[in-house]
Design a protein. Sequence first.
Lengths: 219, 285
Amino acid sequence: MAPPLRLRPASDSSLLVEVADQIGLDASALVHAWLSFLQRAAPPWLVDVHPAYTSLLVEFDLALVGHGEVAAWLGERAALVEPVSALAPRVVELPVRYGGDDGPDLPALAVHTGLTVEQVVQLHSSADYLVAFIGFLPGFPYLLGLPTALRAPRLASPRAKVPAGSVAVADLQAGVYPVDSPGGWRVIGRTRRALPEGWVVPGDRVRFVVEPATDRGTA
Amino acid sequence: MSALQVLHAGLATCAQDLGVRGHAHLGVARGGAFDARSHMLANLAVGNAPDATALEVLLQGPRLAVHAPCVAAWCGAPFEVDVDGATLPPLVARALVPGQLLRVGRCALGARCTLAFAGGVVAVRGAPLVVGGKLALGPAAKQHHARPSPPPRFSEAVIRVRVTEGVHTARFPAASRTTLASATFLVDAASDRRGARLTGPPIDVPPGDLVTVGVTAGALQVTPSGQAVVLGVDRATTGGYPVLAHVIRADAWLLGQLRPGASVRFEHVSFDEARRLWREGDRCG
């Protein structure tokens, strides 16, 4: 049985619904169960839903309802929402050039974690990642599965531009920037593979494959 | 049939409607007009539905040559707008004829206005105006009869933006909430449709990183360096910086009018008050 919902206003017209305490597969399954439920139920006051690791942000029409009504609606239906087991997921492999100009934050991450650069690359690329949800930008996957040894905070000041294809980490999160974008995560490598909207969906698995230096061609 | 030709595109004129809803789970933000209130009023003035596509003008506007009869109106910051040199006031629908020149100049206060044409502009959301380009308009619809609201008023005074608590407010030290309520902030030049960066006294953030959560336009985040950023219409759909406050729905349109260099103060209101302000207003925007 799922833990009780924790609900908090996030603005005058949105409510943060926390469905789990810990990031993980169970939390993601429950988040997506709630997302599907809301999309199918389509209450007239529903404006938009932002899924994340352990929560959903529910935007509502302030002319029709307030936090109390939305909270009551969700609470009454919580027992109906059950995690769905995933269909056979795709595995998407991304070749990655780590470090150098493609991974400007790799050396600092090694220092922060007390590992060598080679160890960081080996740990990051040997993990098996699950796409927990899409957010931030179309096609930006929030990945589960980052080894805890690589945990480090976001950059103190976000970059105005992170190049498309950049592979990045922040805290226990991992992701890939599908297009040029501002970003505050630590960039440790870059893939040349095109990442169009829909290149992965929640439930897919992602593997990062080290691109050998000899494949880089001439400078 | 193209009704107008672009002689001068202006600083950053683009086609906007009121954006999309229901796609945040795909990472697609709402987008659309930053000052949605002015957008709706300008459209209503020319008989369009409020969400018709129109031109969003930033700081300095376009010069358009009229090639076919059309009807235009505008609303937003106090821009200088004229037709062949004759001033066009806000929210007045003016019939334009071939050979005329529609000029949108600058504004001394605020940042944006919407220039609407009867029938709507045929363009993709976000498409920039390009010199030499042509503007096609849709067929003018039957008149929408809407009680006109007055255009927004601008003054030299400090802009007051009302906010409620945000999702992480309780985690912040009390001093941070005091700073937000008492300081005057300046809108940084590096502000755009994704968000307004504010310059002011540094704000202490809660310790530790936060798990990414969904965010909406109007969220006031604080970066690790203590800078406040108010998210705009093109912001990301999720974020991990702590949210200290959130702009109320009724003041969301103001975010599209934050001019670089303008002074801003934040006034805290309760959720009940924020709801009352929206429901008792004209709900435009």
